[in-house]
Ligand binder design. Sequence first.
Ligand code: SAH
Length: 368
Amino acid sequence: MTPLQAVVAKRIRREGPISLADYIALALLHPEHGYYVTRDPLGQGGDFVTAPEVSQMFGELIGLWCADYWDRMGRPARFSLVELGPGRGTLMADALRAAAALPGFVDAAELVLIEASPALRQVQQDRLGPYQPQWLTSLSELKPQVILLIANEFFDALPVRQFTRRDAHWLETMVGLSDDGDELCLTISREPARHTPLLDRLYPQAQDGEVAELPAAAISMVHEIALRLCQAQGDGAPAQGAALIVDYGYYPSRAHATLQAVQAHRRHGLLETPGEADLTAHVNFEALLTTASEVGARTWGPLNQGSFLTALGLEERAAALAARASAAQQQAIAAAKHRLTDPGQMGVLFKVAALTAKATPAPAGFAE
Ligand code: SAH
């Protein structure tokens, strides 16, 4: 067993089988052996590449989206610019550089980063130091002021629970031990899961044998964001603010298993190398948007990433960059644009949704 498998096995011996969500949380964030704690998965030779690492245009357009929304909100004098899981800080660095085109935006922004990985926090400090970021461990620590929040490929990294439909009940997938106690294995709980109203609502027609995921951690996070967006500001000003969520995922809900382990761009067994492989699940956008609107926020989208970036002016930005680039750079810009927007690449699988306070204007890229 690897060190982390041994940690998991010890816990199972003590407590019995644990939920898949608990297993994912250990594999990704165990303080000593967790995947995100011990490495920068986006760096040279990393396990995956995200949109901001593909091209500066991605972060720039999102920066302009934020600046535009700040303008639409009447340019509040102070606000929290929050990023969830900022990775190498690339998106935020590109966003702030572009958003500086709107005078006053950068000065009004208090940069807040929510990052679980000490390794990545260091990379973010190196990259974003001049903007004096503050790191928080939870959204509950945010100041009571307007927020603009962005999250790219964050929600797919949050633990999901997995259930199988049997005899009109949901049975949860658990991680247990093989009979000889030497190996981790997947098992199905014998007792039906209780308190599953959201699962029942998302999958009213579920058939025996179907598997569905419940993005439990993402739902609590969206709940908190939506509450925050709907809260009136301390000085009696109306509730304002917006959140932009970009990730690979699906809408509407569809009963299927999407959790996978990815190492060096290849799939691995879920239990094979905890702490060494990324564990990621496709984001159920319907579950997140339903949660946000139940709390009282307004929801927008999801749109396909390709359509969203095009609506924000990707073509124009690419043309402007290409106009002052060498032939080789022009090829790289065209390739990046293709990768971000092509339906066979990131254009359709990746989706973009926004949440806003109830009575605030439509964010750029989304129709009224
Ligand atoms: N947004 C970046 C990085 C995506 S990878 C980009 O687009 O390049 C996922 C990021 O979320 C990493 O920074 C990871 O360390 C962070 N992360 C994962 N789970 C987290 C959690 N529970 N709390 C805070 N940060 C988390």
